[in-house]
Ligand binder design. Sequence first.
Ligand code: GH3
Ligand code: MG
Ligand code: MG
Ligand code: MG
Length: 303
Amino acid sequence: MFQGLDKMDDCWVLVVDDSSLMRQLLLSSLKQVCKVSAVESAEQAIDVCRDAQPDLVLMDWVLEGMSGIEACKKMQRIPELSEIPVIFVTSNTSEANQELCWEAGAVDFVPKPIVPKTLQNRVKTHLKYKRQTDLLKQYSFVDGLTGIYNRRFFDLEIVRLLKQASRLQQPFAAMMLDIDFFKKYNDEYGHLKGDDVLRQVATALKQQVKRPIDTVFRYGGEEFVVLLPNTAKKGAKIIAEQLVAAVKNLCIENRGSPLEVVTVSVGLAFLAEGEYCDTTQLLHRADSALYNAKDTGRNKYTV
Ligand code: GH3
Ligand code: MG
Ligand code: MG
Ligand code: MG
């Protein structure tokens, strides 16, 4: 399962140090291990981490402006940065100072002056842990059949996104989709062909949902959920319409369906700006709308 984890060529380490001599030393000793770049302040480091998340940060303590300790604490509070491991590389080696590094959330501590071989091996070990964690996350949050996010990830994301919508006073839209007459499809063409349809439908849905903040999940057997943060009624209806059309336009024959091809029905639920509801209430709304779409002809969306 974890083959190739010793290959570090693709990993990227960010060095933060205000001394150009130290930056040169760290860059030259680490470039034998992985990709590496350097910045001279904590503020720059946080900007770089927000733009493109490195696999590991080597943090100096004493910097101009924000200190390494403050930067590490700040990264812990920013969700998309909180899982980037930080190693302190510093000459502040007293016991009390080392304690401050652990409290700030560091994963390791390397004293200056550095011993290149030791630093390289510490970095290798942490990169290996990071890759294992990333892989485990991928295995646990991605559906094996379709390659899109699974129910487990949905359960986490929906809670986070509803809180975010409420905090930012933004509208929110959720769609529940269900393939029409899919039992008949399986009966007619077999389960393997059915699996193939699930993959094609998942890909078509993902292609239609273009903003990076929008997500498609496989919710259950042949049911999908699409979450659209900061999306009002009008925009969501357009997307629902496009999703229904995209699946129909795959033109996958389904002799068991009166519609003759594979189609989906969609139930749409909204949250207005400033409105709050929990996951159960939102899904209940989407589910009722879905049943309405099923009852009134399928191959359509209903609010
Ligand atoms: P409706 O239009 O009312 O939704 O009719 P339906 O036949 O799609 O009914 P229902 O939603 O109850 O059927 C779900 C079917 O989806 C049953 C099951 O055989 C099939 N299914 C669920 N998961 C999978 C899967 O992973 N692979 C395949 N091939 N079929 C699946
Ligand atoms: Mg310094
Ligand atoms: Mg179903
Ligand atoms: Mg169905």
